[in-house]
Design a protein around this ligand. Structure first.
Ligand SMILES: Nc1ncnc2c1ncn2[C@@H]1O[C@H](COP(=O)(O)OP(=O)(O)OP(=O)(O)O)[C@@H](O)[C@H]1O
Ligand SMILES: [Mg+2]
Length: 256
């Protein structure tokens, strides 16, 4: 049975998508079968995996609202062991449509992916930068949450909101959900500021903070425009080395 992990933080641009798709790619290289579900109407995870057409038929929108099964929405990607349920631009409307559902609207995704969990080792859900029904559906389907935090001044600002949402999901929807880890992104090892920010993050999250830090690396930002993860775009760059190490650290942690 797949372990389901949501990549979430309502703050925009902190590295959710970059972390989700690249960890997924390196776990796939380690022989794990990984399904990425793009729950963000922006569709960044879909394009990073080669799906630029945001008018996708049989997208996650159809899964949530149109009666499609998960099996009908899964696509293979160019990478072995790595599959995708793509987003589409109409996904923004799904939030409103879900809001009309009287009973069980938080659990639609969870229900829909139940039948395919046996086919994967990991299901990674890329959340949008908001705490609406798309994120709540993602969390309600998840065993764990990975929170990417950008290493900058005010990094911790707003984190109480996502932590509070996770607490509510735990109380009402998913008692066993846990924070699997915090990933520090866009880290600059030479700056004093970065070190100070890390100390702050560790004060709050303790050993939940992954030892592997993700450096600021231009190759990570370039890769999605080629529809590739950094594992295939530039496997030797510093960003690839970091996500390769993070995938190994994650696997060690989750299989303990
Ligand atoms: N370590 C890094 N080094 C350099 N650029 C990065 C790094 N991580 C992410 N980026 C770039 O920063 C931007 C934001 O990253 P990303 O899209 O992963 O964040 P996000 O949290 O998913 O954003 P959103 O909230 O919009 O979904 C992107 O342009 C991405 O390519
Ligand atoms: Mg994103």
């Amino acid at each position: 049975m797949a372990r389901v992990t949501a990549f979430s933080n309502q703050k925009g641009g902190v590295g959710k998508t970059t972390t989700c798709v690249n960890m997924a790619a390196f776990l796939a290289e380690r022989g794990k079968k990984v399904l990425v579900i793009d729950m963000d109407p922006q569709g960044n995870a879909s394009s990073a995996l080669g799906f630029f057409e945001h008018k996708n038929k049989n997208s996650v929108y159809d899964l949530l609202t149109g009666g499609k099964t998960a099996g009908e929405t899964v696509r293979p990607t160019e990478k072995e062991n790595l599959l995708l349920i793509p987003s589409s631009e109409d996904l923004a409307g799904a939030e409103l449509e879900l809001a009309q559902v009287m009973i069980g609207r938080e659990r639609v995704l969870d229900e829909k992916i139940e039948e395919i969990k046996k086919d994967y080792d990991h299901v990674f859900i890329d959340c949008p930068p908001s705490l609406g029904l798309l994120t709540v559906n993602s969390l309600a389907a998840a065993d764990g949450v990975i929170i990417p935090i950008q290493c900058e001044y005010f990094a911790l600002e707003g984190l109480s909101q996502i932590m509070n949402t996770i607490k509510l999901v735990k109380k009402f929807l998913r008692p066993d959900i846990e924070v699997e880890g915090v990933v520090v992104t866009m880290y600059d090892g030479r700056s004093k500021l970065s070190k100070g920010v890390i100390a702050e993050i560790e004060k709050v999250f303790g050993d939940k903070v992954f030892a592997t830090r993700i450096p600021r690396n231009i190759r990570l930002a370039e890769a999605p425009s080629y529809g590739k993860t950094v594992a295939d775009y530039d496997p030797k760059c510093a960003g690839a080395a970091a996500y390769r190490a993070l995938a190994a650290e994650y696997q060690e942690k989750t299989e303990k």
